[in-house]
Every structure is written in structure tokens, then in C-alpha cells.
Ligand binder design. Structure first.
Ligand code: KG4
Ligand code: ZN
Length: 362
């Protein structure tokens, strides 16, 4: 039996979780506590790093205690402490990693520093028992990436955004239209009563041989449409949201379609290939339906873990700890590891020039 306590503090969620695995059965999420700071940041229309760091300091001890209590596992019986050490907001990372080190040192347990993106990448193995290799589409407030997940610690980034992250594009669109933060769900709600054909917004990168994403041109087109019709009626807002969402879905389908084809080429022997989605934007139904259709056409299974495990949480960090323990890779990033605000999943990818500059969420 392996039992790992996970801690996540890389952005605006303070989270702790205990995940257990006994060789014979599926892993168990014994507890999964997530405290969102959305209300603390809402007035500012985005995450404020200093507020986030302070909120993590105030909440983390209690969240860890609650996660242990909820799980029914005593600290003495925990095999290792896994904590997010990057990428993300450095203040929060310091709080989480230092707390984890203190607990591990006091309890005499190993410490495993985890890459937050690895947590997202391995979640589908926790929830769906997926076999390597598979393809991951990570679409959140800070990242828009397609990653070939080939094994524990073996990731290849096939695409990233060259400017804004997709969640960021949703949030900025919402802000321009006077919709509250976080923008994604509000844009989706408004879009439901809108005409997706009213505005012919650009489909960034569509048809380009380059694999990456881009959303800043789309954002500019939205701004131009919105300023051209001031004051905006509720219907105008709905139509802009629906047209924006349609453009995003279309652009995503083009980009992801290319990656599915590449996957078939690189792993021709892989039976039942799968596309996994992660990140808050994966909650969007229009996007989900588009990707489902694309996967069905390309012979891929479409795997969307429960939203609570798609967005930031500590169960994915505890699970990544278990994967590393099992693979004999727990000692690679131990007590000496210092937080890294930037930490690409694969060392060979070019440095991120777009998303990630914000240094925020993953
Ligand atoms: O994964 P997440 O909860 O946090 C991180 O970024 O790590 O993702 C949050 C992002 C925000 O940008 C939010 O606007 C977006 O996900 N989002 C959505 C929806 N729900 C959340 N975007 C589009 N449609 C949604 N329904
Ligand atoms: Zn994340």
C-alpha cells in the first residue's frame, strides 16, 4: 500500500489531498480539499500574486489537517509528501513547498517536488487507468498546450500558445464585455442565447503547418467588434460571446486535429489511442462537443476526467507522487529542490514565449 499526501499552491487554489494505492485495485482519493481564492481576486479581475501568497499562508495548515483527518490516514502512515514546486506564482510555490518540507522533515518522510503540469498530465491514469502513451490537451488560465504523455517523467510538448492562454482569452473577452471574473463560465452562459454567425472572427492559426496556438488576434477582433457598437445591448454581448466561442472551437479543432494525426504517425501500434483534456476551459460544452466529434472521427477515445480533477487540485499532485514512487523516480526532486516559477515539462521544448509569461496558472 502506498499513501501520499499532496499539496498544491501554485496559483489561487490552496489544496491538500491523500491518495492511496494498493497494488491490486484502482487508486483511491481518500480526501481532496480545495479552497478557491476566487472571491479574494474577483474585485481585481484576475489573480493578484501577493494576495494569493498571503491567502495560502493563512489557509494551508488547516487544509492539510483537514485532508489528513478526512482521509482517515495518520501522518505516521503516510509514505511521502508530494508538493507542487512549479511552474506558477513563486510566492504560493514557496508557501506550499516549504510547508511540505517542514512536515516531511518533522515526520521523517520523503519529500517529492512535483511539476504541476505533470500532475495534470497523469490525472487520467488516476481517474481512468489510462495506459501510456496518450495525448493531453491542457487548456487553463495559464496554459494552452498539447503534450504527448509517453511515460512517467517522459513528456513531449507538441504545441503551446505563442501569446495568450485560452482561459486568459475567455477572461479578457469577458472583461471587455463587462462580464464578471472568472470570464469563462460567464462567456459560455451569455453565448447560449447568442448568434454564433453574427461576427466572423478570425480562426487563429487555422491551416498553418506550425502546430502552435495563438489567441491575441482573436482578442483584438473581439475588442474591435465591441467598441464599434457601444453601448452594447445584452443581445450584442451574447452574439459576440457566441461568435468568439465558435471561433475558439474551430481553431482548437484544427490544432488538435493535427496533433491527433501526428500521434497516429508516431505511435502507429498504439491500440485505442486517447485524447485527455485538462484545465478549467475543458468545462466548456461547445469545446467539449467539438473535441468529442473530432476524436470520434480520428479513432481516438475522448477522456475528460471529472471537472474537480481537471482544474487545480492536490489529488493530482499526490498521484504524481505515487507514480514517481512506483517508477523509482521519487528521489530526483527531493529536499534540495527549490521552487521554479517556470518549469517546462520537457527539457527539450523551446522556452515558452507566450502563456507562462504571466507566470500564473497552469
Ligand atoms: O484550470 P483552472 O481552473 O485554473 C487554472 O488556470 O489553473 O482554469 C481556469 C480558467 C479560467 O481562465 C476560466 O475562465 C476558464 O478556465 N474557464 C472556462 C470555463 N470555466 C472555466 N473557460 C471557458 N468555458 C468555461 N465554461
Ligand atoms: Zn493547473
Amino acid at each position: 500500500m502506498i499513501r501520499v499526501l499532496g499539496i498544491e499552491t501554485s496559483c489561487d487554489e490552496t489544496a491538500a489531498s491523500v491518495v492511496t494505492l494498493d497494488g491490486a485495485s484502482a487508486p483511491v482519493i481518500a480526501s481532496n480539499i480545495v479552497l478557491s481564492q476566487i472571491e479574494e481576486h474577483a474585485a481585481f479581475g484576475g489573480v493578484v500574486p501577493e494576495i494569493a501568497a498571503r491567502a495560502h499562508v493563512e489557509a494551508l495548515d488547516g487544509i492539510v489537517e483537514a485532508a489528513l483527518a478526512d482521509s482517515g490516514v495518520a501522518l505516521a502512515d503516510i509514505d511521502a509528501i508530494a508538493a507542487t514546486a512549479g511552474p506558477g506564482l513563486v510566492g504560493g510555490l514557496i508557501v506550499g513547498l516549504m510547508t511540505a518540507k517542514a512536515i516531511a522533515a518533522a515526520a521523517g518522510k520523503p519529500l517529492i517536488a512535483i511539476n504541476h503540469l505533470e500532475g495534470h498530465a497523469l490525472t487520467a491514469r488516476l481517474t481512468d487507468g489510462l495506459d501510456f502513451p496518450y495525448l493531453l490537451l491542457l487548456v487553463s488560465g495559464g496554459h494552452t498546450q498539447i503534450v504527448a504523455v509517453r511515460g512517467v517523467g517522459d513528456y513531449q510538448r507538441w504545441a503551446t500558445t505563442i501569446d495568450d492562454a485560452l482561459g486568459e482569452a475567455f477572461d479578457k473577452t469577458a472583461k471587455m464585455l463587462g462580464l464578471p471574473y472568472p470570464g469563462g463560465p460567464n462567456v459560455e452562459r451569455a453565448a447560449a442565447s447568442g448568434d454564433a454567425t453574427r461576427f466572423a472572427f478570425p480562426r487563429p492559426m487555422k491551416g498553418s503547418a506550425q502546430p502552435d496556438f495563438s489567441f491575441s488576434g482573436l482578442k483584438t477582433a473581439v475588442r474591435q467588434a465591441a467598441t464599434a457598437i457601444q453601448p452594447l445591448s445584452e443581445q450584442d454581448v451574447a452574439d459576440i460571446c457566441a461568435s468568439f466561442q465558435a471561433a475558439v472551437a474551430d481553431a482548437l479543432a484544427d490544432r488538435v486535429g493535427r496533433a491527433l494525426a501526428r500521434f497516429h504517425q508516431e505511435f502507429p501500434d498504439k491500440a485505442n489511442p486517447a485524447l485527455v483534456v485538462a484545465g478549467g476551459v475543458a468545462a466548456n460544452s461547445t469545446i467539449k462537443v467539438t473535441l468529442q466529434k473530432l476524436c470520434a472521427e480520428a479513432g481516438f477515445a475522448f477522456v475528460a476526467p471529472p471537472l474537480k480533477l481537471c482544474t487545480d487540485n492536490a489529488a493530482m499532485i499526490a498521484w504524481a507522487g505515487i507514480e514517481r514512487l512506483r517508477a523509482g523516480m521519487a528521489e530526483e526532486n527531493g529536499f534540495d529542490f527549490v521552487p521554479r516559477s517556470r518549469w517546462p515539462l520537457d527539457s527539450i521544448s523551446a522556452p515558452m514565449i507566450g502563456s507562462g509569461r504571466r507566470g500564473a496558472k497552469a
